[in-house]
Design a protein around this ligand. Structure first.
Ligand SMILES: C[S@@+](CC[C@H](N)C(=O)[O-])C[C@H]1O[C@@H](n2cnc3c(N)ncnc32)[C@H](O)[C@@H]1O
Length: 380
């Protein structure tokens, strides 16, 4: 019998452990089949993400809740609907709501707590169990999280570590390349012809991909518009160690080592693109990068293209929320909501023209130009 996808989803939604009348072997066999179903549905990149990235950030978020006594106090307070503010009030030490909301977003994306509305949460059976001292469940999390606390033995920053360890650089570049291939390509949901539909200044490049790693994104642009792009009008910039692994058509794409924390030397380009760059940096450091970019741009002509996550007000996916907490742990950095992007960009003298949304709901392209935001211009 052919069952529709919607019926399967509905059947799965309704199933619960009590359906098995204590028949343990059938319950365990069903878990196995459900896991196999996930394995069949998942893309290999999604599986790698779960194996390599997700566990440590989820454990870290759960551990923070346990350390702060939030699960325990939430349970003692009746386990009802609470606001973010009340959740902070349950903590036995001061916790910044801006941090707690990021952990809540991740736990909600993994069904460990429920996000009822923006900054409104309910516990789940699982989180109530973690708050129940007698259940001893919290001990699992505490024990499992220990190996992840060891941190970086050399005590240097992530990028310095990549530069000094070729194996780490190679695995990072390969992982980013795979991730970029998996994600909806920016050229699929951003109208790239926008960059060519004006009087092009032929003395300057059309597109500079800043922090472009192996050149995947700029090569997509090249393939789409190769017939009209003169040599030298596409520039790929990154750290030299990353560029050494670049695989691009060097006749058409100029490969140029550049530290984006220093002034941008390529001036007056039609567009400067940053894909998954700002999520690696704090607002303070992002402003440095943005201001160097702004100084190189031609007002009224140059565009800034930021391809990155724009966190939705509710219902962030496990990828989005997990990447946010990963960035916090790895680089003291973050993913941003639309409001956070608006504040960051206006602080560097940019106004957002349009946010182009990825249909897969992972990233967006934020198109901006130099200038103050127009009054009430939250079109986006
Ligand atoms: C998360 S990766 C994104 C790479 C690529 N844009 C993509 O989406 O696949 C961030 C990139 O920033 C580069 N990067 C880090 N620090 C840099 C710096 N100071 N100057 C230039 N590039 C830098 C890294 O080498 C890396 O390729």
């Amino acid at each position: 019998m052919k069952v529709s996808g919607t019926n399967i989803a509905e059947m799965l939604r309704q199933a619960s452990a009590s359906d098995f009348d204590e028949d343990e072997s059938t319950r365990l066999a069903t878990i196995k089949e459900a896991q196999r179903l996930i394995n069949r549905l998942q893309h290999p990149t999604e599986r790698c993400w779960e194996l390599a990235f997700e566990n440590w950030v989820i454990l870290g978020a759960l551990q923070t809740f346990i350390d702060l006594g939030i699960f325990e106090r939430w349970r003692d307070a009746g386990g009802g609907l609470v606001s973010l503010e009340n959740l902070c009030g349950l903590a036995k030490a001061d916790i910044d709501p801006k941090l707690l909301v990021r952990l809540c977003r991740l736990l909600a994306a993994k069904d460990l707590i429920e996000e009822v509305a923006e900054e409104q949460y309910k516990p789940t059976t699982f989180s109530l169990a973690l708050g129940d001292e007698d259940s001893l469940q919290a001990g699992w999390i505490q024990f499992g999280e220990i190996p992840y606390r060891l941190g970086c033995p050399e005590n240097i920053g992530f990028w310095a570590r990549c530069s000094s360890t070729p194996e780490l650089q190679a695995s990072f570049s390969a992982m980013m390349e795979n991730w970029t291939r998996y994600k909806t390509h920016w050229t699929e949901y951003f109208d790239t012809s926008v960059l060519l539909s004006c009087d092009i200044d032929t003395s300057a490049p059309i597109l500079v991909d800043v922090g472009g790693n192996r050149g995947h994104d700029i090569s997509l642009f090249r393939s789409r518009h190769h017939a009209v792009i003169p040599a030298g009008s596409l520039v790929l910039q990154d750290r030299p160690e990353a560029l050494a692994l670049a695989e691009v058509d060097r006749d058409k794409i100029r490969v140029m080592p550049h530290d984006f924390l220093t002034p941008q030397l390529v001036r007056n380009a039609r567009a400067y693109m940053f894909h998954a760059v700002f999520h690696d940096w704090t607002d303070e450091m992002s402003l440095v990068i943005l201001k160097h970019t702004a100084a190189a741009m031609k007002p009224g002509y140059s565009r800034l293209l930021i391809v990155d996550v724009v966190l939705p007000p509710t219902g962030a996916s496990a990828f989005q929320a997990g990447m946010d907490v990963t960035m916090m742990g790895l680089l003291s950095a973050k993913e941003r909501t639309q409001r956070m992007w608006e504040e960051l960009l206006s602080g560097a003298g940019f106004r957002i023209l349009k946010i182009w949304r990825d249909p897969k709901r992972y990233e967006s392209v934020i198109e901006a130009e130099l200038g103050a935001p127009e009054e009430g211009a939250r079109q986006i």
